[in-house]
Design a protein around this ligand. Structure first.
Ligand code: BES
Ligand code: MN
Ligand code: ZN
Length: 502
């Protein structure tokens, strides 16, 4: 899609649909919306008075212009209450409005920058948020469907800003918004791929391809290399599948010689049957999304590789398929992870923490000074936080705060769970150093504490996205179905914010 910022008067702009806005409770529009209203002979004011336009968040009202201005239609997008307005509302409003425009068949959509005028937000951040929300909202996954006549597409998107200086700054910001959205949409694409296509080898190949496009180094470990490194936990998970495991590492060197290296480690189980501790059949198809942590890392690395912050970042992607084959591991097996710790396999369905254990060890070996892992790890996290927020478990308050702040700035919700020492006894084993399940109580926390045993002294935060990777609670920038791309934007923003501190 082509995106431009034009320094023009809104009433002179040609487009199939022109998006303006209105706060909840405003009876006579001002600013750009006021200009359009006057050019239309007060049509918007009339609709407010008749109660058809209220300005509620997400409301989009179509007004036909009948030749009074060059734009064929005007879409009035509700901004909600002025007190609650922020950049996240800008994304939501932009997504809702452009979807409506697309449904109407508009190929060229123009918009004012919500929040840049009356909303009093920073005009650059507002422009980035409009583009981000627009591209996230328009996302579809049609890889395996014939394109129909009815598939409508927005081809051109124009932002209008009368002030030429501001418009220039907004063009740079629009590029940033585009990069954030495209990285997220890449993560969504990977998540939505069917598990027969996106095998561990295919996922590693996709990661390598993204690295190559960005001019970044990428290392892919095969099973043999993993064996040499002592990755017994990861190999144990993979052994029940005919598909060999892989570990892809994308290396971004934004600060050569710098002493900070952030590692993003994403769970890449391309399909989780549960293994010998087999899952029930109902809903098992959703377990193709068990690689969404890995997908978010690939997406974030793409954003980071394009925006080039001054920090070193490793994208670590351990990937395997959890199958109940004749060579599959059993409950009762004991495996040894790369750091030498032994693990009793209590349940083969607690496989995510096993592949992450070795990946976290490997990130430390590569020199990571901060580690963030991302995983669709536990049903318990879905019970605790639903499909609204992702869970956070961390061994370091500073890193946890940074993650929460980056999440807030991205409009992706996180909630930190307690990680008291008392929980640790639940993952003690009678036969090994640890066991891979902690029982029903506090399942999301004990899973996190299991991972903490492999992060050891390195500052580390774990993001459990089991409830948010694909069944996110309704928000306009998220498609009704499929992968959300969460938390690719938060991860990239975290890298940017850490870079600012050095
Ligand atoms: N991939 C699942 C977690 C999951 C559940 C993700 C629901 C998305 C939706 C994970 O591998 C798993 O099976 N976890 C088990 C752990 C248990 C055996 C300790 C779980 O949560 O039931
Ligand atoms: Mn599982
Ligand atoms: Zn899993």
């Amino acid at each position: 899609m082509e995106i431009r910022v034009v320094p023009k008067s809104i009433t002179e702009l040609e487009a199939d649909a022109l998006i303006v806005n209105l706060f909840d409770g405003v009876s006579s529009p001002s600013g750009a919306t006021g200009d359009v209203d006057r050019a239309l002979g007060g049509a918007i004011t009339d609709l407010i008075q008749s109660g058809e336009i209220k300005g509620k968040l997400g409301e989009v009202t179509v007004v036909h212009t009948l030749g009074r201005i060059p734009a064929r239609r005007v879409l009035v997008a509700g901004l909600g209450k002025a007190e609650a307005f922020d950049l996240e509302k800008v994304r939501v409003v932009s997504a809702a409005a452009v979807r409506k425009a697309r449904d109407l068949g508009a190929a060229h959509v123009a918009s004012i920058v919500h929040g840049a005028g009356i909303g009093k937000l920073d005009h650059k951040q507002a422009a980035a948020a409009v583009v981000e929300g627009t591209l996230l909202g328009l996302y579809t996954f049609k890889e395996y469907q014939k394109r129909g006549e009815e598939d409508k597409e927005v081809r051109e998107f124009t932002l209008v800003e009368i002030d030429a200086g501001k418009a220039r700054a907004m063009a740079d910001a629009a590029r940033v918004g585009r990069i954030f959205a495209e990285g997220t949409n890449l993560a969504r694409d990977l998540g939505n791929e069917p598990p027969n296509q996106l095998t561990p080898s295919a996922l590693a190949d996709r990661a390598a391809k993204v690295a190559e496009e960005l001019g970044l180094e990428c290392e892919v470990l095969d099973a043999e290399a993993m064996g040499r490194l002592g990755m017994g936990a990861l190999l144990g998970v993979a052994q029940g599948s005919a598909e060999p495991p892989k570990m892809a590492v994308i290396k971004y060197q934004g600060h050569p010689g710098g002493k900070e290296t952030l590692a993003l480690v994403g769970k890449g189980i391309t399909f989780d049957t549960g293994g010998i501790s087999l899952k029930p059949g109902q809903g098992m198809e959703e377990m193709k999304f068990d690689m969404c942590g890995a997908a978010s890392v690939v997406g974030a690395m793409r954003i980071i590789g394009q925006l080039k912050p001054k920090i070193n970042v490793l994208g670590v992607i351990p990937t395997a398929e959890n199958m109940p084959g004749g060579k599959a591991q059993r409950p009762g097996d004991i495996v040894r992870a790369m750091n030498g710790k032994t693990i009793e396999i209590d349940n083969t369905d607690a496989e995510g923490r096993l592949i992450l254990a070795d990946a976290i060890c490997y990130a430390r070996k590569l020199g990571a000074t901060r580690i963030v892992d991302i995983a669709t790890l536990t049903g318990a996290c879905v019970v605790a936080l639903g499909h609204v927020a992702s869970g956070v478990v961390a061994n370091n308050d500073d890193l946890a705060e940074q993650v929460l702040a980056a999440g807030k700035a991205s409009g992706e919700k996180f909630w930190r769970l307690p990680a008291y020492d008392e929980y640790k006894k639940q993952i003690k084993s009678d036969y090994a150093d640890l066991k891979n399940t902690g029982g029903r109580p506090a399942g999301a926390i004990t899973a996190g504490l299991f991972l903490a045993e492999f992060a050891e002294e390195t500052p580390w935060a774990h993001l459990d996205i089991a409830g948010t990777a694909n069944e996110l609670a309704e928000v306009a920038w998220q498609p009704n179905k499929g992968a959300s791309g969460i938390p690719a934007r938060t991860l990239a923003r975290l890298a940017l914010s850490l870079a600012e501190r050095v």
